[in-house]
Design a protein. Structure first.
Ligand SMILES: Nc1ncnc2c1ncn2[C@@H]1O[C@H](COP(=O)(O)OP(=O)(O)OP(=O)(O)O)[C@@H](O)[C@H]1O
Ligand SMILES: CC(C)(CO)[C@@H](O)C(=O)[O-]
Length: 251
């Protein structure tokens, strides 16, 4: 089974007494690259690109008599929603109410708030309401996305920090209102860049890269550069990146 990666451009955090209603609002894009999921009878072990790992939301969902094999071009904790994708994939294999199961596990582990919903809907997804049942605006786009992973940032450490949360929510809500006035991918990229800068989440190196590439920003929540381009722009963009991964928006 395949589940797409999800890049969040901007978001706001909403905590509720009920786990299902806890989540984020915001906007992001899903990619044609993500995680491939296979299971075999085993002992509850999880492998990510052949390395034994512990991924909290996946562990919550995997029955003890199965092993899970995850394969991806993307590392964990890089703002590509790999924990959510893995949770959604394993939930689909074992439960009927898989979306609720995957979202709940992500929220309880602190590894994601909206990735699973976007990965289920697919495309350029604007999340209008936190949690489930979801309310989104889905826009199909025919664009390429070039990703360059520079380092790691664990989601949990950011979303549990109250000072960061206050700033994220102020800027995130404003970005969502601005996007809804003009819901285009170009406006999404402009607002994502502004969000990263104004929340203080922007990495210095990525900021420099964004100055030379239009329609680019930092993936939330990670130390990952991404840009949205047309096919004829891919080569030029790749020539200035460290380790580009070429993807397409999957709708
Ligand atoms: N080598 C590793 N590096 C980073 N995280 C790891 C590693 N091995 C296991 N993990 C686990 O993977 C999960 C990563 O979750 P996190 O939400 O930070 O990343 P993600 O889902 O890939 O990206 P996003 O920021 O888009 O949510 C955590 O539960 C973390 O403990
Ligand atoms: C919190 C988050 C940015 C982590 O990737 C994502 O789950 C989201 O957009 O809610």
């Amino acid at each position: 089974m395949f589940v797409p990666a999800h890049i969040t451009g901007f978001f706001s955090i909403h905590i509720d007494r009920e786990v299902l209603k806890t989540g984020s609002k915001g906007a992001g894009i899903t990619l044609n690259r993500g995680v491939k999921i296979e299971v075999k009878e085993g002992r509850g072990r999880i492998y990510y690109n052949n390395k034994k790992v512990d991924i909290c939301p996946v562990k919550k969902l995997l029955p003890e008599n199965f092993d899970l094999f995850l394969t991806s071009p993307f590392p964990l904790a890089s703002g590509l929603g790999m924990s959510g994708a893995s949770a959604l994939g394993v939930a689909k294999l074992f439960y009927n109410n898989f979306l609720e199961k995957a979202h709940t596990s992500e929220v309880l582990c602190g590894t994601g708030l909206g990735d699973v919903i976007a990965q289920y809907v697919k495309g350029f997804v604007i999340r209008l309401k936190p949690g489930l049942p979801f309310k989104v605006l889905k826009i199909n786009v025919d664009k390429y996305v070039v990703v360059d992973v520079l380092g790691k940032m664990e989601t949990r450490e950011i979303i549990k920090d109250n000072i960061k949360k206050e700033r994220i929510n102020r800027v995130g809500e404003r970005c969502l209102n601005e996007l809804l006035k003009k819901p285009t991918i170009e406006n999404f990229m402009k607002l994502s860049y502004r969000f990263a800068l104004e929340t203080g989440l922007m990495d210095d190196e990525i900021k420099e890269m964004c100055k030379t590439v239009k329609n680019s920003s930092q993936s939330m929540l990670g130390k990952t550069f991404f840009c949205v381009v047309d096919r004829d722009e891919i080569k030029e963009v790749c020539s200035i990146l460290n380790d580009p991964i070429i993807c397409k928006v999957i709708n």
